[in-house]
Design a protein around this ligand. Structure first.
Ligand SMILES: NC(=O)c1ccc[n+]([C@@H]2O[C@H](COP(=O)([O-])OP(=O)(O)OC[C@H]3O[C@@H](n4cnc5c(N)ncnc54)[C@H](OP(=O)(O)O)[C@@H]3O)[C@@H](O)[C@H]2O)c1
Length: 316
């Protein structure tokens, strides 16, 4: 891949050999039934975690994904479990978190991967702009509900192993922030996506301030050949200015394979070398300064305060 879709495997990260044995560990991958998330579940399952939750919106989607995963790793059935989760619904998020808290005495890795892109204006079950709710706010709620368990897990580990407890936010190079409430019909579907993705980065940055005992990182996986934009590029929108722009970009930049696209979240979740807390990374594990907005602590704090207030109102 070239300049427009950079890919430099600077750590020679190979999931088969670089991921350590995960014996005893508990892991959650949101959006685990498709694309990058499904590939991440497959690779993690090869290293024998105690429990690997594949979070999906329905049992049917989970079953279909597990069937594919078992073809590549028949042993996956010993660790992969279903976690019902709709990130656009706080009730579903609460139920998922309660299940995880009830079933485990530890939680080592949370990969906040599930997401949507370029959807038409819509609201989540709780009245938030749908891309913002799915990509950012739902993950913020889930992370907050699970944080006491993540923190207890880190505390119980020997000092040297504490940095293995991680929250990975799968963001995007498209990150930029504006505002959160309402359908945001005043900005286009790509701008709504960018807002949600910058929010993930800023949240990871502030998480370090509030929960320093756990490692929080944001990554961008690269432009990856998944179904993320199928609904958009398979519709009349493919002929609109954004559709044309996306197709031109894809033709020039090329797409990473799903296997390559999963490398950066997997690296961030399991790399045994240095993974700087609060850092941002591009494929594969390349430190990424990001835009000025990504590094804006005032903006990050404003987002954090707003999120805390909204979660408080929701009883979270
Ligand atoms: N592909 C790229 O080029 C690219 C580039 C930058 C960043 N990313 C990010 O990478 C992440 C994974 O995307 P992908 O490319 O693997 O796309 P994908 O193949 O479309 O997978 C997205 C996953 O998110 C799940 N999801 C969507 N809405 C959800 C909801 N309300 N509740 C729970 N799960 C939900 C989907 O489940 P369903 O099957 O139920 O819809 C699916 O499992 C996303 O956060 C995306 O923004 C992707």
């Amino acid at each position: 891949m070239g300049l427009l879709n950079p890919y430099k495997n600077i750590h020679a990260f190979d999931p088969k050999t670089s991921i350590p044995e995960l014996t005893g560990r508990v892991i959650i991958v949101t959006g685990g039934n498709a694309g990058i998330g499904k590939q991440a579940v497959l690779e993690l399952s090869r290293h024998n975690p105690r429990r690997l939750y594949l979070a999906a919106r329905s049992r049917t989607k989970f079953d279909a994904a597990l069937k594919d995963i078992l073809l590549a790793n028949p042993n996956a059935s010993s660790c992969v479990e279903y976690l019902e989760l709709d990130l656009a619904n706080l009730k579903s998020i609460r139920a998922a978190a309660n299940k995880v808290l009830a079933e485990n005495t530890r939680l080592d890795i949370l990969i906040n991967n599930g997401g949507i892109m370029a959807n038409p204006p819509a609201l989540s079950a709780d009245g938030y702009e749908l891309q913002f709710a799915t990509n950012y706010f739902g993950h913020a709620a889930l992370t907050k509900l699970l944080m006491p368990l993540l923190q207890r897990t880190a505390e119980a580990l020997p000092e040297m192993q504490r940095n293995t407890v991680r929250v990975v936010h799968v963001s995007s190079a498209a990150a930029r922030l504006d505002q959160q409430k309402g359908k945001r019909e005043d900005v286009n579907e790509y701008a709504r996506y960018s807002i949600s993705k910058l929010a993930q980065i800023l949240y990871a940055r502030q998480s370090v301030v509030h929960w320093p005992d756990v490692v929080h990182v944001a990554i961008q996986p690269g432009r990856v050949d998944t179904g993320l934009l199928d609904h958009y590029l398979g519709s009349g929108k493919r002929w609109g200015p954004l559709g044309l722009m996306q197709r031109t970009y894809d033709a020039v930049a090329g797409k990473l394979t799903v296997e390559e696209g999963a490398l950066t979240p997997l690296w961030a979740a399991t790399w045994t070398g240095d993974v700087s807390n609060g850092g941002m990374f591009s494929p594969v594990g390349v430190p990424e300064p990001g835009s000025a907005q990504c590094r804006d602590d005032k903006l990050a704090k404003a987002l954090w305060d707003w999120t805390e207030e909204e979660l408080r109102k929701a009883g979270i």
